[in-house]
Design a protein around this ligand. Sequence first.
Ligand SMILES: [Zn+2]
Ligand SMILES: [Zn+2]
Length: 274
Amino acid sequence: MNAAGWTSGVLLALALATGTVSDVPRANPPVMRNGYRVLAVDFHVHGFPSSWATLAPWDLVLEARRQGLDAIVVAGHNNVWTGKLGRWFSRLAGGPTVLAGEEIVSPRYHMIAAGIDRGVEWNQPAASAIAEVHRQGGIAIAAHPTAAFWPAWDEAAVRMLDGTEVLQPISYLPGRASYEVQEFYERAKVAAIGDSDYHGLGPMGLCRTRVLARDNSENAILEAVRAGRTSAERGPGPDTSAAAALSRACALLGLSIALIWKPKRPPEEVRWVR
Ligand SMILES: [Zn+2]
Ligand SMILES: [Zn+2]
C-alpha cells in the first residue's frame, strides 16, 4: 500500500474512534410545565421484520433512548405483534415507554392506532376502524394525510380522530405534501403530532411530539393526546460536539482519498503469470 492508502486507512480508523467516543445517548432530564411532565414522543416507528424496517423491536427501544425520546409507538404495518414485542422488552429493560400499536395501511388511508393489543381490520372505512381502536382504549392518528388520502377522511372519520401528523419526514420534501398535511390539521382541529415514520434510515425522532402528560405512563400519554396537550416539533438535529465533527471530517477526507487514489497496476504480462 502506498502513502495515500495508509493516510486513508488512518483517517477512517480515526473517524471510527471519534465517532464511537461521541456516540452517547442524548441527555433527557425530566422537565415539568404547568404541573405536567414534558415528554418527547415519536408515535410512528416501524420494527423489523415487518413494515420494511431494519431494526428489531428491542433495538428500537435502545435507539429511542439514544435519541432522547421518552416514549415511542411501535406500529407494524397491519400488525400489532412487533409493538407488543417492543413493549415487553422495554418493560424488561426499563427503557422508554413503548406503546403497542399498528399502522393501519389501507389503499385509501394510513392511520396510526396507538395503545391497542389486537390488530384492526384494514379493509374498512376510516370511521369504523377508529371506532374499533377506541373500543380497545387506543387513540387514532391520521398518518401523513396528504391530499391523495383526503377522500377517505370524510366528516365522520375526522370527527372521531384524536390526532394528525403535521410534521413528518415528507415535510422536508419539495412539493405540496407539507402544506397538505398542515391544511388537513387545520380542518381536523385535533392534537398536532410530529413523527419520524422510522424505518431504519435517518434518525428516529427526526420529527417528534412534545406531550404534556401527568407522567410517562402509557395511559397518561393517551390521555394527553385526547386532551390535545401536544405540539409537533423538529428533533435536535445532528450531534454538534467537537468529537462528532472531527469524526465526520475524518470520514469524509478518508473516503475522498480512497476514491481518488488509484493503486499502480502491475504490467499486463505479470498479471498473466499470476
Ligand atoms: Zn404510512
Ligand atoms: Zn409508516
